[in-house]
Design a protein around this ligand. Structure first.
Ligand SMILES: Nc1nc2c(ncn2[C@@H]2O[C@H](COP(=O)(O)OP(=O)(O)O[C@H]3O[C@H](CO)[C@@H](O)[C@H](O)[C@@H]3O)[C@@H](O)[C@H]2O)c(=O)[nH]1
Length: 411
């Protein structure tokens, strides 16, 4: 059996909820646990035997992906990783259908398709085993979420014994199931025939099907999964591993924590350790420090912290549950909690940058005109002066903050 994989990376117009961080880097390339979000997808795919090619499909300009593709070629030399650009947003199945000849070249039998905006333990080999036991065309990776969050996802009702999907409803208005789609799929390549039918159905049955969006996009969720479920060709593999959607900028922080925890089990050498002689920063829990970062031995870091390339962390600094991006500086005795500190930003001495951990899946930034409690984000090149407190704020690039702020979006 030979495999290929697709990562649906979307495009510039889709990164809006990831602002202000997507102003500087496209969301799929935002670093989490020391690597771009989709690097983690590649790492998981690299462990699938007989998977030789990964195609990123999206509508970003080609140049956006160049550097990432070079790094991927270095880090995953056994896989050919390429970028295929849609001339416009074609929908989650539209790009696959458009590039079908390219995808089917070399005659792969099965195809993984992964949404870019998720953090996951990616149990791909388990999905393969499950997939090869049923007679369906598609296995969806499923997970359970809290009932009140379920309608933000594709919801599945499956037969308890076989896990055959009986109903698939994308973001239903009322509750139908707490079993949801993780946006990770394994298809038999024969699914392209079903896509062709879905495409024809869409172009000929305009106005007739209330479930279909009336536009020229082809979507896996609305146009393909329902007919596949009706013809008993759709199955769900329910994972107990971790999974989290990365929609807002703040959701990068919990995603970071999940990947750091994974490192602790699969590659503990990637994580920072306390020096045996007690010299060096005090490390609490899971922490990733880029080798080019400078961290003062009198600081205390962790848990769930990533410190990026060339960052500088001064003496007496306390950081937890945060991502410090490239070349950021946190000066002496400052405290950074539940926050993202943007590229080249500077936090002065005795300052405090603090957010609120959020467990829900809300993507709204304000409610009734008031900023909701969430991770604090300093975008690129923000300066926080000495002794200033920034709590529960989103700060746009190039701002200099000379006063303390709470619960605000600072433009
Ligand atoms: N290439 C390409 N990619 C796209 C397009 N539209 C969306 N994507 C990519 O497809 C993924 C899904 O994005 P959305 O369409 O925004 O859907 P969603 O709200 O994230 O919901 C999807 O994911 C959930 C799990 O995270 C699922 O539960 C849900 O059913 C659905 O698949 C993202 O990685 C996005 O970048 C497109 O036109 N072209």
């Amino acid at each position: 059996m030979t495999y290929k994989a697709i990562i649906l990376v979307g495009g510039p117009s889709r990164g809006t909820r990831f602002r202000p961080l997507s102003l500087n880097v496209p969301k799929p390339l935002f670093p989490v646990a020391g690597h771009p979000i989709i690097w983690h997808h590649l790492e998981a795919l690299s462990k699938v035997k007989d998977l030789k090619e990964v195609m990123l499909i999206g509508f970003f300009e080609d140049s956006v992906m160049t550097r990432f593709l070079e790094d991927a070629a270095r880090d995953f030399p056994k896989m050919n990783v390429r970028y295929l650009r849609e001339y416009q947003a074609l929908g989650t199945a539209g790009g696959l259908y458009h590039f079908r000849d390219e995808i089917l070249r070399g005659d792969p039998q099965q195809l993984f398709v992964l949404n870019a905006d998720v953090a996951c333990s990616f149990p791909l080999n388990d999905m393969m085993q499950f997939h090869n036991k049923h007679r369906g065309l598609c296995t969806i990776l499923g997970t359970k979420v809290a009932r009140e969050n379920a309608n933000k996802f594709g919801c599945l009702v499956a037969k308890p014994d076989s896990n055959e999907v009986l109903h698939y409803v994308e973001k239903p208005e009322s509750f139908i199931s707490d079993l949801i789609s993780c946006g990770i799929y394994l298809f038999d390549c024969a699914v392209f025939n079903e896509m062709k039918k879905a495409m024809l159905n869409k172009t000929t049955n305009v106005d007739q099907d209330p479930y279909q969006a009336q536009d020229d996009k082809l979507r896996l969720e609305q146009d393909l999964f329902r007919p596949l479920a009706e013809s008993k060709k759709l199955y769900v593999y329910v994972t107990t591993g971790f999974w989290k959607q990365i929609k807002t900028a703040g959701s990068a922080v919990p995603a970071n924590a999940l990947y750091l925890e994974q490192y602790s089990k699969t590659s503990p050498d990637r994580l920072a350790k306390n020096n045996i002689d007690g010299k060096g920063p005090e490390i609490v829990g899971h922490v990733y420090i880029h080798p080019t970062a400078t961290v003062d031995p009198r600081s205390k870091i962790g848990p769930n912290v990533t410190i990026g390339p060339r960052a500088f962390i001064g003496k007496g600094v306390r950081i937890r549950d945060s991502i410090i991006l490239d070349n950021a500086e946190i000066k002496s005795n400052s405290c950074v909690l539940h926050s993202i500190i943007g590229w080249d930003s500077k936090v002065g001495n005795w300052a405090r940058v603090e957010g609120t951990p959020t467990e829900n899946y809300s993507t709204t930034i304000t409610e009734n005109g008031v900023k909701v409690q969430s991770i604090t984000i300093l975008a690129k090149e923000v300066i926080v002066k000495d002794e200033i407190i920034i709590r529960n704020c989103i700060v746009l690039p190039h701002k200099e903050l000379k006063n303390s702020f709470h619960n605000e979006i600072l433009m």
